[in-house]
Design a protein. Structure first.
Length: 170
């Protein structure tokens, strides 16, 4: 994995040493309005980041790629992530602390990650699953050229009734 620089954000390969700073970023309750919850402790997060440094699923078949987002102020703002499957599909996700929303930073970071997934990891199809209530995430995906996935793909990927599946050919 390599660091990717955009005009306003550096995507740094996530490592255990990011845990202390990211624990503070991920404590923002606004991130969890639609799903998930903040990390239980900084130790838990550090251990999770340490395991993810392998960049691989335990069976070695998937890439598990995580980048933290550093602003020019040197502050961390959130992360972007991708699971790359052997069939050239990547499932993507992203989280930004709410004080950084509404500036196009997520769009800039996710766009850069997608370019890297295509150029370096051979990705040809991108998917994202989100809660249907998460309008901000939906708007972001639509701006990036994602469209609703076919019903057969919803079933194949186990998408829940309260979720949306968005797809983009790379
Ligand atoms: C999903 C999430 C990353 C979206 O963040 P965001 O800041 O709204 O997304 P974008 O980077 O696309 O920014 C878009 C907004 O910035 C505005 N903007 C300002 N300057 C901009 C610029 N230079 N370029 C693009 N957009 C810009 C856009 O008009 C838009 O505003 P709007 O919210 O009023 O429509 C954020 O809400 C988040 O982290 N949520 C919690 C975690 C989460 O739900 N993750 C997804 C799980 S599926």
């Amino acid at each position: 994995m390599r660091t990717i620089a955009t005009a306003r954000v550096a995507l740094e390969p996530q490592v255990a040493a990011h845990a202390d700073e990211m624990f503070v970023v991920l404590a923002d309750p606004a991130i969890y309005e639609h799903e998930n919850e903040p990390p239980a402790s900084v130790e838990w997060l550090r251990e999770r980041y340490r395991r993810l440094e392998s960049r691989r699923s335990p069976d070695g078949r998937e890439w598990w790629l995580n980048w933290v987002l550093r602003l020019s102020s040197s502050q961390l703002a959130g992360y972007v992530q991708a699971t790359v499957y052997p069939d050239e599909r990547a499932a993507i996700a992203y989280e930004l602390a709410s004080r950084h929303w509404g500036q196009g930073l997520a769009q800039e970071a996710v766009r850069a990650m997608i370019a890297e997934l295509v150029a370096t990891y051979g990705v040809r199809r991108l998917t994202a699953v989100l809660k249907a209530t998460n309008r901000r995430s939906l708007r972001l995906l639509e701006r990036l050229g994602f469209a609703p996935g076919a019903p057969e793909l919803h079933a194949a990927l186990g998408v829940e009734p309260d979720e949306l599946l968005m797809v983009r050919e790379a």
